[in-house]
Design a protein around this ligand. Structure first.
Ligand code: FPP
Length: 272
């Protein structure tokens, strides 16, 4: 378990912070709302896209850190359904950046044995961006060291609606009977099927909202909100977030006594 105050930890090197983490209490799945790119750029008198471009470096840092620590799943919110309301020029530039990122990163993802998957209504993406998404998904489909999921044109409510629609079709077709519908069955229709629920959600830039991200999956997730803007959120900041996470007691509705009887129950369990 993490020792030292948050301020003491801030002064440690990345290597020291990493060495002080308890390996058995690391999250299995981290979800991130990457926010503050526009403000990062504005603070420097740069166009908003400069913030998004710099944000790619933070994405790389998170991938490397998860891989180094043996964290198996990382899910990042790159473009929400609501983001389609942004000015067309920013949307177009973001789509080009996504495409460029996938082109540039494919080799590195393969080298890092990282499986890339997109969730969301991805068929609404421009054709060339979607073609790259599918290509990188195909070429990394056999890896399991790290599961990188990128939410694109994603909304949590839409995801649940899509899942319920497909479930209703199966009920209509007679392959599922209503009495079999429970949380596990519905979970199987979600786009994150096969991934554990996130243990830790990080949102940067001082906002303290979920913003329609992984509404079902975040039911028992620990939340970490930081004022740091996404392009500034690097390995050191993520290590501090992990220390903060390791200070917490995850009870999943149980009592403290129950947890101390069965310490293995502390991490990664989903129950009421
Ligand atoms: C929120 O910042 C960020 C986004 C809407 C886009 C996030 C995209 C990236 C980090 C780069 C692309 C990532 C990949 C994987 C290709 P904001 O623009 O809302 O910032 P603001 O609130 O300061 O205006």
């Amino acid at each position: 378990m993490t020792k030292g105050t948050a301020t003491e930890l801030e002064h440690l090197s990345d290597g020291e912070l990493q060495a002080l983490l308890a390996p058995d209490l690391l999250p299995h799945h981290i979800a991130i709302i990457m926010d503050g790119n526009g403000r990062w750029a504005a603070q420097r008198g740069l166009p908003r896209m400069a913030g998004h471009t710099e944000g790619i470096k933070s994405v790389r840092d998170m991938i490397d850190l998860c891989r180094d620590l043996g964290i198996k799943a990382l899910t990042i919110y790159a473009f929400s359904q609501e983001n389609w309301k942004r000015p067309a020029a920013e949307i177009n530039a973001l789509m080009l950046l996504l495409e460029r990122y996938l082109q540039m990163e494919l080799e590195a993802l393969i080298e890092k044995e990282t499986r890339f998957r997109a969730i969301g209504r991805v068929t609404t993406l421009p054709e060339s961006a979607l073609a790259w998404v599918r290509k990188v998904e195909r070429e990394t489909a056999h890896f399991d060291r790290l599961n990188l999921t990128v939410a694109l044109s994603y909304g949590g409510r839409s995801e649940i609606v899509d899942a319920v629609r497909r479930l209703a079709e199966d009920v209509h077709a007679g392959t599922v009977t209503p009495d079999r519908i429970d949380e596990d069955l519905l979970e199987g229709y979600l786009s994150t099927h096969g991934l554990p629920d996130p243990d830790l959600l990080i949102r940067t830039s001082g906002e303290t909202r979920i913003s329609n991200f992984l509404l079902w999956q975040l039911a028992y997730t620990e939340m970490y909100f930081t004022p740091t803007l996404w392009p500034d959120f690097r390995r050191h900041d993520a290590l501090l977030a992990l220390h903060d996470y390791q200070r917490r007691e995850r009870r999943f509705g149980q009592t403290r006594d129950q947890l101390s009887d069965h310490p293995d129950e502390r991490v990664g369990k989903r129950s009421a």
